[in-house]
Design a protein around this ligand. Structure first.
Ligand SMILES: Nc1nc2c(ncn2[C@@H]2O[C@H](COP(=O)(O)OP(=O)(O)OP(=O)(O)O)[C@@H](O)[C@H]2O)c(=O)[nH]1
Ligand SMILES: [Mg+2]
Length: 361
């Protein structure tokens, strides 16, 4: 695949240029706003297309053989060989220093619980030769400590006015979590914070009503906006609010148009600090994780809110996501009740639940 950057005054036009050139099947890699030398902000959208399509669209029908010179082919072949050799060496190392049955058992237990072999192998290679590797309880504690060290938690910080935007796949609990956060900030902390709720557009019938309903019950300001200009304007009018919680429509990782639209809001030049929280269900499937990360990462999430903790005992897949992508966690949603079922993120809580699962074997 080849990446190509398209530049325009806004991300939507930049993306449209890409679609015009390559068709609807372009894969979005990133979208951001960049200040150019002339001082103007422009949007850069990076897309990825198969190399053959790139050649065809960029150089017309010039024979591919000419472009793919012998040199390049040889170079690629050499890289391929080197890669294969490296993989062989790594396998050899692990096989040679055979882990031993205790370590193999612990490894397969963690793998069964959802932790990736790649991550485990990295840790085990550093332990080969040490006594830790022969003592199962010690080894389990060691692995848990490693996990604990790699996890990150963001402190709840409300001293500066801010906008918190919740994004994430469909149905993960964004709107419910917004209601819980609103109640927490407005009524449950050391002092009442001034909170407003905002809906970005209404992609779905009933989406606005759901948030409005919570706002009514809690007697909190609720606003719905449908354009970036309106977003900026409303935020200016909410200048004296401590927190503006922004609800967005659920996005399938493949719904490029919604991403492009949301990027425009995230990157807009607004008067307040904007924090993007990716809401991820604890029940996330291993095979969906990578797509979710790849697509939502271009909204530059500051942290992850984990929802539906109560719906699964198996947290390995989720832990694996946190270990791989190293995003800090901000809150845990542990049930449907507003406002009770919300906790500030805690490593202890996550690890305790994971250990419970590991102990069950
Ligand atoms: N068990 C459980 N259910 C939850 C939790 N959080 C939300 N839900 C439920 O999940 C369902 C969807 O919640 P919403 O808040 O509407 O999810 P959403 O992400 O806003 O959905 P879309 O806007 O459609 O993308 C509702 O039935 C919620 O009650 C949780 O932590 N645990
Ligand atoms: Mg919703």
């Amino acid at each position: 695949m080849i990446n190509e950057t398209f530049v325009a005054s806004d991300p939507k036009s930049a993306y449209e240029q890409a679609v015009k050139k390559y068709g609807e099947s372009v894969e979005l890699v990133s979208a951001k706003q960049v200040k150019h030398d002339d001082g103007k902000l422009r949007s850069e959208v990076v897309i990825s297309v198969p190399k053959t399509l790139f050649m065809k669209k960029s150089f017309g029908d010039i024979s591919m053989e000419k472009i793919e010179s012998n040199d390049e082919e040889m170079f690629l072949e050499e890289i391929g060989e080197l890669k294969a050799q490296l993989a062989q060496m790594k396998d050899g190392l692990l096989a040679e220093n055979k882990l031993g049955s205790t370590a193999e058992e612990v490894k397969s237990l963690f793998m069964k619980k959802g932790i990736s072999e790649r991550w485990l192998d990295e840790i085990f290679t550093t332990l080969i030769g040490s006594s830790v590797i022969e003592d199962a309880p010690l080894l389990v504690s060691y692995l848990l400590e490693e996990i604990d060290e790699l996890l990150n938690v963001t402190e709840e910080e409300l001293s500066m006015p801010k906008v918190m935007m919740l994004v994430g796949p469909t149905g993960v609990g964004k709107t419910t979590t917004i209601a819980k956060l609103a109640a927490r900030y407005a009524y449950l902390l050391d002092r009442p914070y001034k909170v407003a709720l905002m809906n970005l557009d209404s992609y779905k019938v009933g989406a606005i009503e759901q948030l409005e309903h919570y706002a009514d019950i809690m007697q909190i300001e609720h606003i719905s906006v449908s354009s970036v200009a309106e977003f900026k304007e409303k935020l200016e009018s909410l200048a004296e609010y401590d927190v503006v919680l922004v609800d967005t429509a659920g996005m399938s990782p493949y719904d490029t148009q919604k991403f492009i639209k949301t990027v425009e809001f995230v990157n807009s030049d607004i008067p307040k600090n904007i924090e993007v929280h990716l809401v991820l269900s604890a029940t996330v499937k291993y095979e969906d994780m990578e797509d979710i990360y790849r697509n939502f990462s271009f909204l530059n999430p500051d942290s992850v809110i984990i929802s539906k903790f109560d719906e699964t005992k198996h947290l390995g897949t989720l832990l694996n996501f946190m270990l791989l992508y190293k995003l800090p966690m901000s809150y845990f949603s542990v049930g449907q009740e507003v406002p009770d079922d919300l906790l500030p993120a805690s490593k202890e809580y996550l690890l305790e639940h994971f250990i419970g699962d590991v102990n069950e074997g």
